[in-house]
Structure formats: C-alpha cells, structure tokens
Design a protein around this ligand. Structure first.
Ligand SMILES: [Ca+2]
Length: 475
C-alpha cells in the first residue's frame, strides 16, 4: 500500500555502535546482514555526525532536534524535562500512534518520564543485559531473558496490535554498550584473531595534551568487569594489550550480532505487513565508538571514530534503493526528517534540517558546509577527556580544547591553558598530526576560526571565556 498514506516509522537506535562494526560501512571485523539490508533498500549516510558524543545528550538531540546548549542536556547528569517538544510529541499530536522500548537514559519520575508515547517500556538508566527491569507508566516489571531479545519481542507485539493508523515505534537498544554481555547463543562467534586497526599503537605524538591525558586506552583502562577473564600471566605489555583488544572485541561484536538479529526480525515483520513500502526504517547509534583506533575504547572526542554515527534509512515508497551520501548530516537533523516524511510541521525551536529532499532525490544538495560539535563532560573522573568544541568541514576539522579545574590522574587539580588542534582530513585521515601551528595552514586556520565563531553564535551557543575573539570579530 503506498500513495498518500502517512508512513509508519520503525526507528532502531543502538548504544555505542561504531560504523566500523557494520559491514555496510566496510567493517573488516564482522558482518551485519540485517542492517546491510536496510542500507541496500535505502540510503547510507557516510558522514553522519553527532553534535555531542555521549549517550544522554545525543538522545536528547535526536528527540528534540536541537543542539545540547539548547536542549540543556549536555552531560550524563543532565536530564530531559518532559515539557520539551520532540518529534514524538509532534507525531502524537498529529494522530500518530507512538511507542518506545529500550534505553531512555534521560531521567525518570515526575517531570522526566517519556512524554508523547501511547506506550512505553524503558530501562532504568543504563539497564541490565540479563533479566532486565523495565519501567512503564504502571510501574516496574522484571523480564526473564536477554535485553536485546526482550525489547524486540515487546516492540513486535505492539506493532502487531496496531491497525491501519500510522505509527512510530522506537526500539532503542542498550547493546552494544559497556560492559558488553552477550547472549550465550553467540559465544562461539569471533574466536579467530580479530584484525587490529592501523592506529592501535598510537602514541599521540602530533596532538596536544588531551589525547595524551585521556584514560580510555584498551591496554591500561579496561578492568576485570570488562575483560571477565584474567590475562595469561606470561604476556608482555604489548601482548597483553592485544589480548585485551581481542577480549573486548569478541564481547562487543557478539552483542552486535544480537542487534543485527533484532533488525532482521523487525524488518521481516515490516516486509510481511501491509505497509512494507510506506514504512520508514531507520538504523542509527547515539554516536560512534573506538574499536581499538588510537589504542582506545569509548567515545567523547571529536575525532572521527566517535564523531561519526551510523545512519541508515529506507522508505521504499519515496527513497530510491542503494544510495550512499558523503554530505555532512547530523543527529540534529533526524527529528525534522521524520516529521517531514510524516507531513507534520516541525516545532519552531528545532535546529536541524530535513534530509527528506536529499533522500528522495528532489534536492540532493548538501544541507550544510560545516558541522558544529561540543563536548561538555570533562569532569567525569573516568575518562578525563577535556571539554571541547569545533567544526568539521568536508576537508578540515578545527577543535578548541579547554579543561578548567579538571583533575587529571596523578597531577591533582590543575587548570590547563586551552589548546587548539587542526586536521587536514584529506592528507591525514587518521588525525595523527595537528597542523594548527603549521604556517602552511595559516589561511585555513584563520578561515575556520572565523567560521567556528560565526556558526557557534548563529546556533545560539557561546564561546569559552578564554577563547579570544578572532580577528575581525568582537565579543
Ligand atoms: Ca552511547
């Protein structure tokens, strides 16, 4: 059934799923046929970027279509009050049936419970992999089984109950978030050695203090709870690092295997329904993740592996199959894209741009020439990533790091002077050599500093007080 019917939306969001662990994105470590099939049927965005690489802020941005400084959800500790307009509240007001299953991580209780949903079942905070408790409007219920399977089953049951009215269902998985507990049916996968990324031994020369001082290195900062086994005693440091990488990746990729099965189950249901052609299926993650690149796990940095999110969308009635795009798009754009396809006007405060014209081919032009990023949570006492903001263009990336009052391990509570980094992604795709002080890049640096300043103000954010106004601008 196609034509004028408003589409259904099936939106699968995972937690910390890097594009490098999706075969549609060229993964060399695993295969994801379920996710790949969505890409084959629609469009894969190769430069989908988050505006804040952290679970809670990214979820708030996806729902509200606003940057973190606007949603005010900037860190893990800031939650989304339910008086915010989201694409869900807008869809519900326009007559859509709406449901949410999975990781919310935006606060619970009065004033914070999910708003705009006819039905919701969410994990408390991070939730549990096995026998998880789910919070509903009626209270908490514990369910036996594996979280990825349970969320899929509950979503499918709700979808099967819907009549011909359009619906939007969010299946927002906990997986593959740390500490990567997989289902026993996947225990035999990934027992062969997993290839190391080329930057696994990165020593961070060529970059400033923040890359050196972050505590998210596989060799040093994965703990017993992550590894679940003791490393063999006889291993030297470098060998132990590789052993830890193998352990980490085995568990991570086994969690992804269950996610891919979930996507296959959901897309099979849609394919066999009356609305196969007028269903928008979205696969995305709340941000990217380091799978050993630069020696790291985790996210947070504006470097490519955590800045990029997977974003794949199919809609057979309107979006041609088999497309890939290198245009700069953002998690800020998702809300307005959904509302545009639903024919629902976006709330005035949303700050993204609908990608629908790009997806349908009506207007394939890029929606922006620079992407704005800001990470706030530099006082987490866990990974010690400096706060920073910056812009990424097609070719370059400019980052301003600051760490006021940040306590770094073994140094005490210190205030560091801010630092800049500039990368030429064409000549240095792995971001190993900042060229911020390279005289050959003086013009590029000047132009990007202005562009960052102007874009930041245009979006309603404010520069760090210690950043001097660039030449030709005043505070
Ligand atoms: Ca996440």
């Amino acid at each position: 059934m196609t034509g004028d019917r408003r589409p259904n939306f099936v939106f699968v969001l995972t937690d910390d799923h890097a594009p490098n662990a999706i075969s549609a994105y060229g993964s060399v470590v695993n295969s994801t046929p379920g996710i790949d099939a969505v890409a084959d049927a629609g469009m894969r965005f190769d430069r989908a970027l988050v505006e804040n690489s952290l679970c809670t802020p990214s979820r708030a941005t996806i729902l509200t279509g606003t940057y973190s400084h606007t949603s005010t959800v900037t860190t893990l500790a800031t939650h989304l009050t339910n008086d915010h307009e989201t694409f869900i509240t807008a869809l519900q007001a326009a007559g859509y049936r709406t449901a949410m299953f999975g990781k919310w991580h935006l606060g619970h209780g009065e004033g914070y419970d999910p708003a705009g949903f006819d039905h919701w079942e969410v994990l408390p905070d991070q939730g549990e992999y096995f026998d998880p408790e789910l919070i509903t409007a009626e209270g908490r219920v514990r369910h036996e089984g594996y979280v990825t399977d349970i969320l899929t089953e509950h979503a499918l049951a709700w979808m099967a109950e819907q009549g011909d009215e359009p619906y939007c269902v969010l299946v927002w998985h906990k997986a593959p978030h740390r500490s990567w507990l997989y289902h026993p049916r996947h225990a035999e996968l990934f027992t062969d050695p997993i290839p190391l990324p080329p930057t696994f031994d990165d020593d961070y020369s060529g970059r400033g203090t923040p890359a050196h001082s972050a505590t998210m290195r596989i060799a040093d900062h994965l703990y017993d709870i992550d590894l679940k086994q003791d490393p063999p005693a006889e291993l030297a440091y470098e060998e132990r690092a590789v052993w830890k990488y193998q352990r980490y990746m085995q568990d991570y990729l086994r969690c992804v295997a269950a996610v891919d099965e979930s996507v296959q189950a959901l897309t099979s249901f849609v394919a066999e329904s009356d609305h196969a052609d007028d269903t928008v299926t979205i696969y995305a993650s709340d941000q990217g993740f380091y799978l050993g690149e630069h020696g790291w796990f985790d996210k947070r940095f504006m470097y490519e592996e955590s800045l990029r999110m997977p974003l794949i969308l199919s809609y057979p009635a309107r979006v041609p199959a088999g497309q890939a795009s290198e245009n700069l798009v953002s998690n800020v754009d998702i809300a307005q894209t959904i509302l545009d396809f639903a024919g629902v006007e976006a709330p005035a405060g949303m700050q993204g741009t609908s990608l629908a014209p790009m997806l349908t081919g009506e207007d394939p032009a890029p929606v922006r020439d620079a992407h704005y990023y800001r990470f706030y949570e530099h006082d987490d006492h866990m990974h010690h990533v400096w706060a920073h903001y910056g812009i990424r263009t097609d070719r370059y990336k400019l980052i301003y790091f600051y760490a006021d009052g940040m306590e770094l391990p073994n140094t005490g509570n210190l205030t560091f002077p801010p630092e800049w980094e500039l990368f030429d992604l064409e000549n240095d795709p792995h971001e190993l050599h900042s060229v911020h002080l390279d005289p050959a890049y003086a013009d590029v640096r000047r132009e990007l500093t202005l562009k960052l300043w102007d874009l930041q103000l245009e979006l309603g954010d404010t520069p760090h007080p210690r950043q001097p106004a660039p030449e030709g601008r005043t505070r």
